[in-house]
Design a protein around this ligand. Structure first.
Ligand SMILES: Cc1cc2nc3c(=O)[nH]c(=O)nc-3n(C[C@H](O)[C@H](O)[C@H](O)COP(=O)(O)OP(=O)(O)OC[C@H]3O[C@@H](n4cnc5c(N)ncnc54)[C@H](O)[C@@H]3O)c2cc1C
Length: 597
């Protein structure tokens, strides 16, 4: 059975020393989030994930979801009870407003909990995860009546949420969608059409399921400018809030898929189902973007989460598995062979995963804190710069953390040799589960295009310039710090490559957009490396400040610094290769005619 221990200590280092959470005390909800309180909350969350969610991961994968003849869906044994424990613990409403029954705590805590949940059991964690995304969209765009009708039950966790975008003929290009909405004359609409790949579309965990559905109102313009967002409950809600009759929505079938078997991926049929408009007519994509942005950050976290749990199991195996002898002579001469952790190539693999995980976690927490500032600060300038950060980092977190999350899960699987390929060890599941994170919530190629095509030039490049200036200022301020010697020079070089890549696009992509398209994924990864390098430099500074402490802290900080130096020596150099790929342009990429493939 795979093991999992939530990295609470590492999170507390980030929240106390790198991005001190106390600094944000002026924001609503943060005054209550004292470091002790945060540690206690995360400790409880860790327990739930380690003791309740994780033991159901392998069995949930083996058993999967079943659609019954009446269209209902049964989730794997234990999922319903685990979900109920999550809801009863108040986790769904951790960051939701108190007026709807939430606790109003920082949403950064929720993001941290999402990592623990997704490491422990990705498929199970998606049910509450999607609900939290739907809550966010309703909070921003729902009318008072809709909020009152749906939010308290969703925050309590007795109703769950979904997002319905994809149709058989369109996923990326939502302008093609066909699901239609016809006014009923009483303020509601009749929704008809087919949605596919709908996660948590039907299941047995909640009393009701609240679907957020994109559809085109009769007569609306073609393309993305004619799409509206609707709330469509599985069971209609009476005026007094009680549940009424069933709505015209059903699960037609379940997809058979590569991973996340415990999550029901449904074909959803809407047959004149009653729905209510969220936000303005034809502005549905903008309204859905609230949910999509929440979900994109959450999916980036899922990538990190799979890498983390796979790493923990790879380390345990590498300490236990005896094969060969150390190149420098037997380290355990009393045993028939040394554990494989003595081998440099095994170390290289484990260090790569660890260096990614710790940097990715810092990047996630930095971004999640910016999300809190963007939503809660009363200072407009602060809100705007945090919002800029979010817009810029969302595709980077989603695209880079899931591409690398999968790659790292594969590396961890490799540590098991042939046993990694055998299902009972669980490593194959981590790889299979991680794979979807690169695809859903906008395939990663689309994230790269979003970064290059939209986010770089937005507001005259304000967000990207702010990032460049922040990293450059950090390098300048710390250039003379002997402690940061191995960190500042590689970071400066990475930043330089990123700036050159940005300039190359400015000079070469306006006249020839294919140059932007061909280099977008390399640019996204170059950006991710610099962002993670910056995280490492900040962590190194904080770790040095704590090195004098006893109680094992100095050893932990030394390990942190070594891991950071590994990142700078072995992973940052990739920025040069990424820049070379960007500057090669689109010529060879686009030269062959389609028939030559
Ligand atoms: C398990 C699972 C769960 C899912 N859950 C949900 C859910 O809950 N709700 C929901 O609405 N959807 C969900 N999806 C759908 C998912 O979001 C889509 O599959 C995804 O957005 C890609 O759409 P598509 O499959 O139609 O691929 P396509 O849009 O056909 O894309 C195919 C490939 O072409 C590339 N491509 C397309 N257009 C461009 C372009 N302009 N430039 C560059 N490259 C391009 C893409 O990157 C991709 O690699 C889920 C999918 C799966 C498999």
């Amino acid at each position: 059975m795979p093991v999992y221990k939530a990295p609470v200590e590492d999170v507390m280092f980030l929240l106390n020393d790198v991005f001190p959470i106390e600094r944000y005390n002026n924001l609503p909800g943060f005054a209550e989030a004292t470091p002790d309180m945060v540690e206690a909350i995360l400790g409880e969350g860790a327990k739930l994930c380690e003791e309740v969610f994780a033991p159901l991961n392998l069995t949930g994968d083996q058993e999967g979801c079943k659609r019954n003849p009446d269209g209902s869906v049964t989730t794997p044994k234990g999922f319903k009870e685990a979900y109920e424990a999550y809801a009863a613990g108040g986790w769904m409403g951790l960051a939701a407003p108190e007026e709807y029954g939430g606790q109003g705590l920082p949403s950064a805590l929720n993001t941290i909990m999402q990592e623990f949940v997704s490491s422990a059991n990705l498929a199970l964690g998606m049910y509450p995860g999607l609900t939290q995304g739907a809550i966010a969209a309703l909070l921003v765009h729902g009318s008072e009546e809709i909020k009152k009708t749906y939010l308290p039950k969703m925050v309590e966790g007795v109703w769950t949420g979904t997002m319905n975008l994809t149709e058989p003929h369109c996923g990326t290009d939502l302008g093609l969608l066909k699901t239609k909405a016809v006014p009923n004359g009483d303020g509601s609409y009749a929704i008809s059409g087919t949605k596919i790949f709908i996660s948590a579309g039907e299941h047995d965990m909640a009393e009701n399921i609240v679907h957020l559905v994109l559809a085109r109102i009769e007569g609306a313009p073609a393309g993305t400018k004619g799409i509206s967002l609707f709330v469509v409950p599985k069971i209609l809600v009476n005026g007094d809030g009680s549940l009424g009759e069933g709505n015209g929505v059903s699960c037609g079938s379940l997809e058979h898929k590569m991973g996340i078997h415990g999550n029901a991926t449904c074909v959803m049929n809407y047959d004149g189902a009653r729905g209510w408009l969220i936000g303005q007519e034809n502005r549905g994509l903008a309204a859905m973007f609230v949910m999509m942005n929440e979900a994109r950050l959450a999916v980036g976290v899922q990538g990190l989460a799979q890498s983390e749990v796979a790493y923990q199991n790879a380390v345990a195996y590498a300490k236990d598995r005896l094969q060969g002898r150390s190149l420098t002579g037997a380290k355990f001469p009393d045993r028939p062979a040394d554990p494989i952790i003595v081998h440099p190539d095994v170390r290289r693999t484990l260090m790569s995963i660890r260096a990614f995980n710790e940097a990715a976690r810092a990047l996630v927490i930095w971004t999640a804190l910016n999300s809190d500032i963007a939503h809660r600060s009363s200072d407009e300038a602060q809100r705007q710069s945090a919002d800029d950060h979010m817009g810029l980092m969302t595709p980077v977190v989603k695209g880079v953390l899931t591409d690398l999350g999968f790659e790292m899960a594969v590396k961890a699987q490799q540590m098991f040799g042939g046993h990694g390929y055998i299902e009972e060890w669980g490593m194959s599941q981590f790889v299979r589960d991680a794979r979807i994170t690169m695809i859903y919530e906008g395939a990663n190629g689309i994230q790269a295009m979003d970064l290059v095509g939209r986010k770089l030039g937005k507001d005259g490049g304000r967000a990207v310039m702010a990032f460049f200036n922040e990293v450059a200022a950090f390098c300048q301020e710390n250039a003379g710090d002997e402690n940061l010697k191995g960190f500042i020079a590689p970071l400066e070089q990475g930043l330089n490559h990123l700036q050159q890549g940005t300039m190359w696009f400015m000079q070469n992509a306006m006249a020839r957009p294919d140059n932007a398209g061909a280099g977008a994924t390399d640019y996204m990864h170059l950006f991710g490396l610099v962002a993670m390098g910056y995280m490492w430099a900040k962590m190194a500074k904080a770790a040095h400040a704590r090195k004098a402490e006893g109680n094992g802290v100095a050893e932990r900080m030394d390990a942190k610094l070594t891991t950071g130096r590994f990142f700078m020596e072995r992973m940052m150099p990739e920025t040069a290769a990424r820049l070379a790929c960007i500057s090669a342009g689109a010529d060879t990429t686009m030269a062959l005619p389609a028939e030559a493939f």
